[in-house]
Each structure stands twice: as structure tokens, then as C-alpha cells.
Design a binder for this molecule. Sequence first.
Ligand code: URA
Length: 209
Amino acid sequence: MENVVVVDHPLVQHKLTQCRRVETETWQFRDLVEEITALLLYEAVRDITTAEIDLVTPVGPGKGRVISEAAPVFVAVLRAGLGMVPGALRLFPYARAGHIGLYRDHDTHVPVEYYCNLPPAINDVDCFLLEPMLATGGSASHAINVLKKAGVQKIKLLSLIAAPEGIKAIMQSHPDVKIYLASVDEKLNENAYIVPGLGDAGDRLFGTA
Ligand code: URA
């Protein structure tokens, strides 16, 4: 699974464990998702292009490196992906953001698109799809199709937790997309929830349970 990176850093694992706990409150959950997203992104941009520049420190001339690529774009899958946006923008405050609204049909679990708003001219920029729970992979796969149709060529998927079924689905439908995760859990249950997972990420982020 060379296209799947599980970030097993102790900080990520500690924060994810707090997220999973049923007693973790909404305000804590939000902060944790934000922090985990920043840590996943830290790993996901390891290959970003930098350039050497001249600079002056208070002590004298020196050299440094700066990111030389165009600003990335973060695309949140509504609604739970919204919880990941602040963590991503914390690392790249100058980035742009898009939104793709999908809901899972209650009976079929098939994603239905109800909203799409992407920044212009994103063909050549790094695009990070933010989808906290990679369950069946249906929503993420649909969102990646939307991005590809918009001309996006460089897509990475950031999720907190994946089920093996979701990873398999993305690897089959989009083998070019690299996936960054904090955990691969055991399985999906009959309602397509990840087990043990953390419950409904949207409800836990927005207090709507
Ligand atoms: N979406 C969630 O929020 N949680 C799951 O376990 C699966 C999909």
C-alpha cells in the first residue's frame, strides 16, 4: 500500500485517541481535529518544492529556504471536512479553499452531490481533499472525480480514520491519489460506520447528535 501513509507519530495517536472517546466534548473534539489535520498535512507536504533565498538576520547575511510552489488548495467534503479546514489553513494561511457538499443516501449509502464551489485556476496546484472519515470511500471517490473533472491533477486525500473498505475503493478508483491517515480501523458496520471509529464526525464537530 505504497499510496497509503499512516502517520503513527505519538502526538497524532494521542490526539486521535482523545477524539475517539465518547466523553470527549464538542469543543475538545474540534480542537483535536484541527490539530490532527495540521499534523497530517505536515507529513503530506514533505515533498513540496522549496527554493534557496538570500536573507539578512540581525547578525548578518545568510541563506534560507522558502516554499516556491503556488499556494495549495484545501477542499472540504461537507460537512465534516469543515472541521479540518482551520488546521490546514493554520499551516498555509495564504491557501484557498473549496467545498463539495455530499450526503449519503440513508438506504443505499450512495453519495449525492448537493453543492460544489471550487476556487478558479486549480489545474496545477496541490489539492488536498479533507474528508475525516474514509468509510466506504464513496464520498471521497466522488469528490476526487469532481476535482479531476475541474482539471485538478495533483490530489492528496487527508482523513483521520479509514476502514479497509474505503482504502480499497480509493486505490481501485483513483490509484494516483495518495492517502494520509491517522489510523486504519477494523471494519465497517451495517450502517457503514467505521468500527471502532469515533462515531459521526459531523455530529461530534457540530454538536448535532
Ligand atoms: N462518517 C462518519 O462520520 N463516521 C463514520 O464512521 C463513517 C462515516
